[in-house]
Design a protein around this ligand. Structure first.
Ligand code: GTP
Ligand code: ZN
Length: 188
């Protein structure tokens, strides 16, 4: 678990360092609020995302595409500790009855996102975990996100979107299947 006392001390220090008074009414509970918030938004550091994929529906013989798209997610960029957020799209073709619950795909995204992250690493990690746990024919993960570190500061490009993808298994070779998934993702 996160060390809340340490976070509180650090936030107090930051407030002082920017020239604020950590004792003033509006700020006096801020270190505690941030410690509670960090516990929540970094909870993925203390969870193994694989655990969501341990149980599957063995009796179902579905070996066709499953796509859960537009999964909203929020993460924190590890360079600036500012939010980045958007949508994840997760597709796989199950093999040998290893079909997971649809919500579990969203749970994997959530657990991986709740850490100091890079968008590329979330994308790759989700794809690799699915490949490892479900041993499907293939996986595609596409993530589109807006990075606050690129909008409210720095280069200041509000509205710019970063799109990352990870392609595994059959989709690496089969261009038609890959194109089908991409068109389903892009179809609003
Ligand atoms: N590849 C990648 N880069 C990211 C992600 N989130 C933030 N960044 C980038 O990380 C880089 C850090 O660059 P630095 O030059 O070390 O930091 P900086 O001086 O704050 O950079 P600027 O944002 O350009 O002002 C920036 O280009 C960010 O846009 C991400 O998820 N993936
Ligand atoms: Zn950043």
């Amino acid at each position: 678990m996160v060390d809340k006392e340490k976070i509180k001390r650090a936030v107090r220090d930051i407030l002082e360092a920017i020239g604020e008074d950590p004792e003033r009414e509006g700020l006096k509970d801020t270190p505690r609020r941030i410690a509670d918030m960090y516990e929540e938004i970094f909870s993925g550091l203390y969870e193994d995302p694989k655990k969501h994929l341990e149980i599957y529906f063995q009796d179902e013989k579905h070996e066709e595409l499953v796509l859960v798209k537009d999964i909203p997610f929020y993460s924190i960029c590890e360079h600036h500790l500012l939010p980045f957020f958007g949508k994840a799209h997760v597709a796989y073709i199950p093999r040998g009855g290893k079909l997971t619950g649809l919500s579990k795909l969203a749970r994997v995204v959530e657990t991986v996102a709740k850490r100091p992250q890079l968008q590329e690493r979330i994308t790759k990690t989700v794809a690799d975990i699915l490949m490892e746990q479900l041993e499907p024919y293939g996986v595609i993960v596409v993530i589109e996100a807006e990075h606050m570190c690129m909008t409210m500061r720095g280069v200041k490009k509000p509205g710019s979107k970063t799109v990352t993808s990870a392609i595994r298994g059959l989709f690496e070779r089969n261009h038609a299947s890959r194109a089908e998934v991409m068109s389903l993702i892009n179809h609003k």
